[in-house]
Ligand binder design. Structure first.
Ligand SMILES: Nc1ncnc2c1ncn2[C@@H]1O[C@H](COP(=O)(O)OP(=O)(O)OP(=O)(O)O)[C@@H](O)[C@H]1O
Length: 261
C-alpha cells in the first residue's frame, strides 16, 4: 500500500473545473515539487492534502484511509509569507505549537514539561540558523529569517506530510539557495514527505525527488472553466533533458497565457 494515493480526483468550484482526473501514488519520505501556470490548481491540491478543501470526486488516501477532512498535526504547511505570529518572539513562535499540542486549553507548559519543550525548541532554532535571533520579534527579522522561523514552526511538530506553498517565492536568489540547503537537510533528517509548489521551473527540476507538472491538456477558449488541469508530467528529479525542460516551459507558458486571457 502506498503512503498517499490520489485516485481519479476532481475539484470543481461551482461550474469551474479546477482539477480533473488526478492520479498519483507517493511513498513516505518523497519530496515532490509541483510546477504549473498560475491558477491551474496547485494550491488547491495542497489544500486538499491539508484537509482544508474536500475533493468534488475521487479519493485521497493516507495509508489506505480517506484523508482526514480537517487539518491535524500530521500535516504542516508553510506559505510564501506571514505565517508567523507577530506578537511572539522567535522562541515563543516555535514553542507555541508544542504548548498547544500538550495543553490545548491552557496553551502553556510549566516546570519540567516546559524545560523539555524549550530544549527541543532551541535545538530546532539552532538547526534553522536562528540561534542568534531567538529572542527577537518577527518584525526585526529579514524575509529569509522569517521563512526560517516558519519552517522551524512546522518541523518542530514532526508532521508526516509537509506542504510548502511557494515558500521561497519572495526571497532573493542567494537566500533561496541557502533555504534550499536548509530544507533538504531537514527533509533528510526527518524523513517527512514533502509537497512543494514553486513557480521556478529550475527549482522544481532539481530540488527533491520528483517533479509533478500541473497543466491543462484540454482548453476551450470559449469556455475556459469547462476543463481543469491534471498532472501532465511526473518525473524523477535529476534528469537533465534540456528539450523536455523547454517543452514543459512552453506548455506551462501557453496555459498561463490562456488562463490570464
Ligand atoms: N475557494 C474558492 N472558491 C472559488 N474558486 C477558487 C477557490 N479557491 C481557488 N479557486 C480558483 O481555483 C483556481 C485555482 O487556484 P489555485 O490557487 O489553486 O491555483 P494555483 O495554481 O495555486 O495558482 P498560483 O500559482 O497563482 O498560486 C483559480 O481559478 C482560483 O480562482
Amino acid at each position: 500500500m502506498s503512503f498517499i494515493t490520489v485516485n481519479k480526483l476532481w475539484k470543481e468550484y461551482g461550474h469551474t473545473v479546477v482539477l480533473e482526473n488526478l492520479n498519483l501514488t507517493v511513498e513516505q519520505g518523497e519530496f515532490c515539487t509541483l510546477v504549473g501556470a498560475s491558477g491551474c490548481g496547485k494550491s488547491t491540491f495542497l489544500k486538499m492534502l491539508l484537509g482544508q478543501e474536500q475533493p468534488t470526486r475521487g479519493d485521497l488516501q493516507l495509508e489506505g484511509d480517506t484523508f482526514p477532512g480537517e487539518p491535524d498535526r500530521n500535516r504542516g504547511i508553510v506559505f510564501q509569507r506571514y505565517s508567523v505570529f507577530p506578537h511572539l518572539t522567535v522562541r515563543q513562535n516555535v514553542l507555541m505549537g508544542l504548548e498547544l499540542e500538550q495543553k490545548p486549553f491552557l496553551g502553556k507548559l510549566f516546570g519540567k514539561a516546559r524545560r523539555e519543550a524549550l530544549a527541543k525548541v532551541d535545538q530546532m532554532i539552532e538547526a534553522v540558523g536562528l540561534a542568534h535571533a531567538a529572542n527577537k520579534w518577527p518584525h526585526e527579522l529579514s524575509g529569509g529569517m522569517q521563512q526560517r522561523l516558519a519552517i522551524a514552526q512546522s518541523f518542530i511538530m514532526r508532521p508526516r506530510v509537509l506542504l510548502l506553498d511557494e515558500p521561497f517565492g519572495a526571497l532573493d536568489p542567494g537566500i533561496r539557495r541557502d533555504m534550499h540547503q536548509l530544507i533538504l537537510k531537514l527533509w533528510r533528517e526527518t524523513g517527512t514527505t514533502i509537497f512543494m509548489v514553486t513557480h521556478d521551473l529550475h527549482e522544481g527540476f532539481y530540488l527533491g525527488t520528483r517533479l509533478l507538472v500541473f497543466d491543462k491538456v484540454r482548453n476551450d477558449p470559449q469556455q475556459p472553466e469547462a476543463f481543469g488541469a491534471t498532472i501532465t508530467y511526473d518525473l524523477p528529479i535529476g534528469q537533465t533533458d534540456q528539450q523536455l525542460y523547454e517543452s514543459i516551459e512552453t506548455s506551462v507558458s501557453e496555459t498561463a497565457r490562456a488562463l490570464s486571457a
